[in-house]
Write a protein that binds this ligand. Sequence first.
Ligand code: ADP
Ligand code: F6P
Length: 320
Amino acid sequence: MIKKIGVLTSGGDAPGMNAAVRAVVRTALSKGMEVYGVHKGYVGLISGNIVKMDERSVSDIIHRGGTILSTARCPEFRTEEGVEKARKKCEEIGIEGLVVIGGDGSFRGAADLSAKGVLCIGLPGTIDNDIACTDYTIGFDTAMNTAMELMDKLRDTSQSHDRCSVVEVMGRNAGHIAVNTGIACGATDIITVEAPYDLDVIAKSMLEKRAKGKQYFVVVVSEGIGHTEEIAKVLQEKTQIETRATILGHVQRGGSPTLRDRVEATRMGYYAVELLEQGIGNRVVGIKDSKIVDYDIQEALSMKKEYDSHLHRIAEEIAF
Ligand code: ADP
Ligand code: F6P
């Protein structure tokens, strides 16, 4: 029976990470385990920035964005020496299991630590929803809702000025935030890495729509495309429609998590501790078809995430 576990957040923060930390801590305590919070991801695991958590350590955090444990990127953990230092720290404290809340990179680190005997469970925490073994990642819903609200504001001003708003949303190389927020905001076009695009075609269709009375335009660009300002410039040149570029940026990573993020984070956090309780490690937890699932970390990392091309086509078909 596992007696002591740790929990950390790693990589980019995401709204709902706190709800996951809370669920892990409270579930572990309810099962009679000791639980330790590791500050600043793998950086804190190596340096020993680790504190014992109790019932009150996670009070009043379920509605807060960010992560109370702080997060970091840790180049040292990519080395054998770094992982060995972390293993030793776990051994010193007696931590036998660890819940790692982060993205693919964090799971690679968790696999390395699992290979050294510390049972690690990965929970998908990233706004990008770019983790293949799960339909859903913690933070995705909040980030999309934030982007949607901001885009609604851009619509207002674009409409007043008969302009085109070219809006860049986050997602690293994945277009999941772009395609969903594009649909939700009635974007005229959505440009993502996953779908081919042609600025000549977009400009031509904007002019056709303008000729039929369309007043203003919203074009959503996924971050992975990489040159939103340039796209805005080219569209303005090709259409003579006044265009502005807006990069939404890190506001999309903040804010109080939505109900969905809180609930899914809690379900996954609870399940992670159940796995550890059974002495199971080296797994990534996810949600498929609304059910909780878990995969071997290497298997999870080798999976390929589907892009919802159908949703993208629907958006294009009904953007008059
Ligand atoms: P994310 O977890 O969101 O994908 P990163 O890719 O920045 O974020 O990874 C977070 C941390 O995970 C890195 O700073 C590093 O400590 C660890 N990590 C990333 N890739 C690896 C790897 N290939 N091997 C071991 N650890 C890794
Ligand atoms: O992975 C989350 C994310 O916000 C991506 O959407 C974005 O590409 C990246 O992190 C930004 O990272 P940083 O916080 O290091 O600027």
